[in-house]
Each structure stands twice: as C-alpha cells, then as structure tokens.
Design a protein around this ligand. Sequence first.
Ligand SMILES: [Zn+2]
Length: 346
Amino acid sequence: MDLADLTRDLETLRDDALEAIATASDRASLQALEVDILGKKGRLTLVSRGIGALPVEDRPKVGAIANPVRQAIEAAFTERDAVLHAGALEDRLRTETVDVTTPGRPVARGTLHPSLEAMREIADIFARFGFTVYESPEIEDDVTNFQLLNIPPDHPARDLWDTLYVDLPGHLLRTHTSPGQIRVMRATRPPIRALLPGRCFRYEAVDASHDFEFFQVEGLMVDEGTTMGDLRGLLDEFARAMFGAGRKTRFRPGYYPFTEPSVAFDVECLVCGGAGCPACGRTGWMTILGAGMVHPVVLRSGGLDPERYQGFAFGMGPERMKMLKHAITDLRLFMDDDLRFLGQFR
Ligand SMILES: [Zn+2]
C-alpha cells in the first residue's frame, strides 16, 4: 500500500458516503449511517488504519488527504440532518393540529368534608336566629366537662360518657361540647345565643353508629323569660330548614343531667313520611337531637342567677344530619379517608 492507494480508497469512501448521506430519508437512518462511516469501527476508521502500512516518509502527508475527506463527510451529515429535521418538523406541523377551541382538562377541586359542611349548614340556619359560633377547647378539665354541668364525680350519669383522659392531672378530651356552655356564660352576658360546634371524644367500641371521635353542635340560648315554647319554635324552624318545609316534629321526654326538663326532638321519618319503615324502626319518627331547659345548677356554674335568667340548650351530631338526609347507614365512613364517599358532598 502506498499513498496513492490510500488516497484512492479515501476518495471512493467519500463519494459513496456523500451519496448515501444525500439519499438518507429520515434521521434514524442517517444516524445509523453515521455510526457505519464515522463510528469506532466505521469505514473511515478502517481505511485510516492503512496509514500504518505506508512508508514512514509518506505518513506526514496523510493528514492533508484524510482530514478534508472527514470534514466533507461530517459537513454532509450536519447539513442533511438539518434538512431532515426541518422536514420532520413540517410533517408534524402538518399532521398534528392543536384545536384551541377544545375545552381544557378539568382541574380537580377539593370539597369540604361532609362533617364540616354539615356544621356550616347548621350554623347558617341558626345564624338567621341570631346565634353566633363560639369555639371551646378540645382538651377540657374535669370540672368544666362534668362537675359544673351538674355531673359530680360520683354521679351515675358519668357512665354515659366513657372518657379518654390525657396525661395532665384533672384533664380529659371533652366528651361533649356542653362545657362550652359554661365558658360562653362566663365570657359573655345575656342575652346569649351561642352555637358551639366541635370535635368530641369518647372511649367507645367503634361500630356503624358509634365512633371514639365525632362532631357535635351545641346550642345555647339564655335570656330573661326564655321558655320551652321558644325552644320548640326554634327547633321546628331548624327541622324545616334542614329537612324541608312541612315536616312534622315532636318532643319526647329525655334525660340529661344539665337540662331539666330534657327532651328528644324527633322529625317525621324522612324515608316513609311517618307511615313506619325499617329506617325509623316502624315508628314513623327519627330523633335528630337532644335538648332541654338549662338546669339551674348549670346557670349558677356560669355565674348567672337562675331566678332571673332561663335558657335552653340543644345538641346534635352533624354526621347524623347527613346520614338522615342521604340515607347513610355507617357513621365510620365520615372518619375514613375514602374520597369516593367524601367527594360526593358538594
Ligand atoms: Zn320510616
């Protein structure tokens, strides 16, 4: 092999390469061609190995011949690639269209938790009657949670509230929102119209209608001359606003240590309309809340004179309102994290 042979080989390779590059139809085949010619085991590399077989005096001249060949091939690749790229872009522009009138993908918006939504609904209804929302602590002291509400330490009614105690002497997780009554009476003066929504805790075995953690909404009204007739009228309005106009309601005797007399407030069954069905235990009625006239002991605990002031209180479960309205049979769904359930309330 001499310099003339190498020159001929390189020129042949260059001509072949330039033709192949010019006719490459897409970028993928052009890339394959590039590997085939310029790659580590490519044809140009193989031809260049012939340099080793040249006489020593010819070797310095090789560069002058081989470099222009490599440069010409590399330039051809660059140029062809640009052409193919532009073509591919044009093809895409031709085939892929953007319809700017197509509606966008909907953004997934969260919803209020049904318990919170129910509490707001209840608060909205009572706000029409002048009730203001107060918040009261979830960690409460035994005195306010029980004793000031007419439930002394040895009172059998304590059995009704299985209590979760916290690691702080004399303190517990409130078992009901009623201690808020004491706090409101002490913080304000009559006339009092307060709504006390919040989370409560009881040491309960969890089942379809009990949870160890639940929400309550408590209401308190205290003024001079407040009667049970006011309570009944207010609750009737509430039941109609919540469950629809024309619903029949009734009071049944009930028992709470902090109200006297105490009642259960029933509304005509939402499923059967009063005829009697499995949902209402064939009674035609559904209990929606408990209520009563504030016990004189509780008024005194709140710093008020029971000879001058009377009041009533009521308490309900916001989840129960939702369960009755939507025929939900399992309370546990509210504390689970299943969005298929939670997302149904908007
Ligand atoms: Zn019924």
